[in-house]
Design a protein around this ligand. Structure first.
Ligand code: BGC
Ligand code: NOJ
Length: 811
């Protein structure tokens, strides 16, 4: 069942009912100022950091209820309604929500009034703009009232929902004409405030939530709206809000348009005040002055669309498969930008107060983002590396505002260091910019111990070399990619965090997954060393990689698949010897991606085992059989009921690893089959089962053991976005950036047909035509570059050209 449809021409998903199975959201904002917005106008806004600079309040723990948002109420006689349905939930005569790329549009109609909202964050300004157009579609004159509504968050979102003994006394606002200024804590250490304004003369305003709603009412029945009149009160403490009242008369057929602006303003420390107690509004006024007319709004909106069209034109495919075209050209790349911006901090499943930017997460997000805005990827790499410790290990996350590492989710995740190599290698393969390797980068933000980024990568690599266990495999530390495989934790008491409790490292528990990563990213690091002329380092690294391959072959192979790990007693995990959890997805994907077993047939065996034991119609499960009880020696993974999350859920993030691994052994049919199973557009038809947004990936789909098999959770912020884009663009479609130039080596289903890709690479546009006359799954027989046949798969980079025309014919 569907709740809408894709409008590919406009790059929109059109939702046709407000009653989606879960709120279906979108993100507004591209750099610093962000809004989450659901299909019923729920959501919230923050500047840079969802925890520390939260502008508007959201209510958690009630996913489908989805309250608090930026609402508009219309009072038409006795009927009060919202164009996005929430929060009054008055039945509408018509409803439509269009989530687009960086904007959302809502159209609601009731009793001959149509209200159309367009909302977005313009490029370059910390402000969210909403254009509200009211139209009288009937034959009689209408006198209606329009009310806006936002509830301010007192900046620190964590404190905001905990510290009432203080917070209920500190709220402060100012109002001048049509602008409401939220200035809580500005009197002391803050130098920023928020504004909410409209480009028309208002009839009244409200800044006190209690006045607006009245006692015992929720936002669904606001007393002041019911009365048709705001009281223009200035809040003092309690819950400050911002609401404007506009009385609007509309003749039959007439439309009126208003532009609302919600902005963030920062003043210099010595320029905070206009006069004692009155905030300096110069910057706010200047910001608002830019968006006073519909024309200003439309121009900025065009700017946003242009910006995105240009970004999305960097990778464009035309094939006969509309799902692939749509995901690759629009939604997958868009989600990559969102995960790059948010990491795992703010979504409808991540509160914005729990997790900052993940070290591992952000490095992986780079893989899908780097072709879009390489400069921002560069900056991100430096930020991440700056939080690394001197021994090469890492804080598991850092706060976007301060850019400093924090220990909230522990440290000592021993895969972290290698992800820095992965991200940096992807950046250099994309851009050719080796200067980044010579940048001086601090450790733990301490510039006095800074070294080059190249030295950071060396320490990353050496960290693994120096932390090996009894089988010469890497020690797992707190956990590796699978945060829930906590082999040194031994937690017996509720409330202890699996991520922080216990020693950060034990001397025995080892990870075959990290071993696979070490081979893959060790080789990428060796290639960088070679590129920088350090052949001694290259040789040293490759020798270490060979040792690791030998260790995997000796103790990491179980006969039919790769072992997952060794626990603190040196017992195998993910082996046929185990009672539960006999096979895990991660080492099958990572080891084969690293090339282990490709020549001796083990890769094929491992992937066949995956198909036989882990596959379902909704995707590949993370492990089988599911753990049926809590295992002290395994940790959080066994805390989940069977079929959910890391305990045998379909963890979408590592499905592309399997798909990529399949391309490594040339099985395009199977690679694509795996790709399709979790691909949002392919499963749009089962939205009532899948339940999350049909235009983006979710972190998890419930596995075969779960009651709700096929149901997804945790949409948007997942490494799935970057890894799937990497999979489809670089491995299945086969356009892979190498240090020397673009490589063309597709691995598609036999029936996929011919296709064309436009790829902007290091400033040069490659028009690539791929022909598959014999319906093979892999292998390029001839590669014509501007009419000349070249040997091999790599098109040597030539920056003197603007355009390169390529014809690849598969064998
Ligand atoms: C989740 C993981 C997550 C970890 C750290 C666990 O509860 O299952 O997916 O990475 O917490 O936040
Ligand atoms: C979510 C985390 O963000 C990601 O880094 C991790 O690898 C997965 N959970 C698996 O546990």
């Amino acid at each position: 069942m569907k709740y809408g449809f894709f409008d590919d021409n406009n790059k929109e998903y059109v939702i046709t009912t407000p009653k989606t199975p879960l709120p279906w959201i979108n993100y507004l904002g591209c750099t610093d100022f962000f809004t989450l917005i659901s299909n019923t106008c729920g959501g919230y806004t923050f500047y840079k950091d969802a925890k520390l600079l939260r502008m508007t309040r959201y209510r958690y723990n009630d996913t489908t209820l989805d309250t608090n948002g930026k609402y508009f109420y219309i009072k038409d006689g006795d009927t009060i309604w919202n164009p996005g349905w929430q929060p009054t939930k008055t039945e509408l005569d018509s409803y439509e929500c269009r989530h687009g790329i960086g904007y959302s549009k809502f159209t609601g109609a009731k009793n001959d009034i149509e209200a159309a909202l367009v909302t977005f964050v313009p490029i370059g300004d910390p402000v969210e703009l909403t254009k509200v157009t009211l139209t009288n579609k009937g034959n009689a004159k209408k006198d209606i009232q329009l009310f806006s509504y936002v509830e301010w968050c007192l900046w620190n979102a964590d404190d905001d929902m905990k510290n009432y003994q203080r917070n209920l006394s500190i709220g402060e606002v100012e109002v001048v004409d049509s602008t409401i200024y939220h200035k809580t804590e500005y009197r002391e250490r803050r130098n920023h405030y928020a504004v909410y304004s409209v480009n028309a003369k208002i009839d009244a305003f409200e800044t006190s939530r209690d006045e607006f709603r009245g006692a015992y009412n929720g936002p669904d029945k606001p007393a002041a709206v019911i009365a048709g009149k705001l009281n223009s009160t200035i809040a003092s403490g309690w819950y400050p809000i911002a609401s404007h009242q506009l009385n609007v008369s509309l003749n039959p057929g007439e439309s009126k348009t208003f532009v609302f602006a919600l902005g963030y303003v920062e003043n210099a420390e010595d320029d905070k005040w206009e006069k004692p107690g009155v905030i300096n509004k110069k910057k706010a006024d200047a910001l608002l002055a830019k968006y006073q007319t519909t024309e200003d709004f439309d121009k900025a909106f065009d700017g946003l669309c242009k910006y995105w069209n240009e970004l999305l034109s960097k990778f464009h495919i035309a094939s006969k498969d509309e799902h692939v075209n749509r995901m690759v050209n629009i939604w997958n790349q868009y989600q990559c930008m969102v995960t790059f911006n948010m990491s795992r901090s703010a979504s409808y499943y991540e509160t914005g107060i729990g997790r900052g930017m993940g070290f591992r997460d952000s490095c992986q997000d780079l893989l899908g983002f780097v072709h879009l805005i390489p400069d921002r990827a560069r900056e991100r790499i430096i930020d991440i590396a700056s939080t690394q410790f001197q021994d090469g290990s890492a804080y598991h996350q850092y706060q976007p505002l301060t850019k400093k590492g924090n220990s909230d989710i522990g440290s000592g995740f021993n895969d972290d260091p290698l992800w820095l190599i992965a991200g940096t290698s992807a950046y250099i393969r994309e851009t050719g910019d080796t200067s980044i390797l010579e940048e001086m980068v601090p450790y733990d933000n301490d510039m006095s111990v800074a070294t080059t980024l190249m030295e950071h990568l060396k320490r990353s690599f050496n960290y693994i070399v120096n932390h090996k266990g009894p089988h010469d495999l890497p020690l797992i530390g707190r956990a590796d990619w699978n945060d829930c495989l906590n082999l040194n934790c031994f937690s017996e008491h509720p409330g202890e965090s699996f991520q922080c409790f216990g020693p950060s490292e034990g001397p025995v528990a080892e990870s075959v997954f990290i071993a696979g990563m070490f081979v893959k990213y060790g080789r990428e690091y060796a290639a960088l060393a070679k590129l920088m002329g350090d052949t001694a380092e290259e040789a040293r690294v490759l020798a270490e990689v060979d040792k690791m391959i030998a260790a995997i072959e000796k103790d990491g192979w179980d006969g039919e698949w790769f072992v997952r790990a060794y626990d603190a007693y040196s017992q195998k995990i993910g082996s046929k010897e185990c009672e539960e959890g006999q096979i895990y997805i991660e080492p099958q994907g990572m080891c084969v991606m690293a090339g282990v077993g490709v020549d001796d047939g083990n890769a094929k065996k491992a992937l066949d085992s995956v198909k036989e034991k882990l596959d379902t119609k909704y995707g590949v499960m993370i492990l089988q059989p599911a753990y049926t009880r809590y295992h002290l020696e395994l940790g959080e993974i066994t805390s989940y009921p069977p079929g959910y999350k890391e305990n045998a859920g379909i963890f979408c993030h590592n499905n592309p690893w399997i798909s990529i691994a399949e391309t490594c052994i040339g099985r395009g049919d199977r690679a694509f089959e795996v790709y399709k199973k979790t691909c949002p557009s392919y499963i749009e038809d089962i939205s009532e089962i899948h339940r999350t947004e049909p235009y983006v990936y979710s972190q998890m789909v419930a596995g075969a053991d779960a009651k709700f098999h096929g149901e997804a959770k945790n949409s948007w912020l997942t490494g799935t976005a970057a890894w799937t884009f990497t999979n489809i663009s670089q491995y299945i479609l086969g356009i892979y950036p190498t240090l020397e130039g673009l490589s063309v080596n597709p691995c598609t289903p036999a029936e996929f047909g011919d296709f064309n890709v436009t790829r902007v690479y290091r400033g040069v546009t490659y028009n690539i035509e791929i022909k598959n006359p014999n319906k093979v799954q892999k292998g390029v027989a001839s590669l014509l570059v501007d009419g000349k046949e070249i040997q091999g798969n790599i098109i040597p980079f030539d920056g003197s050209k603007d355009t390169v025309n390529v014809i690849a014919t598969m064998r």
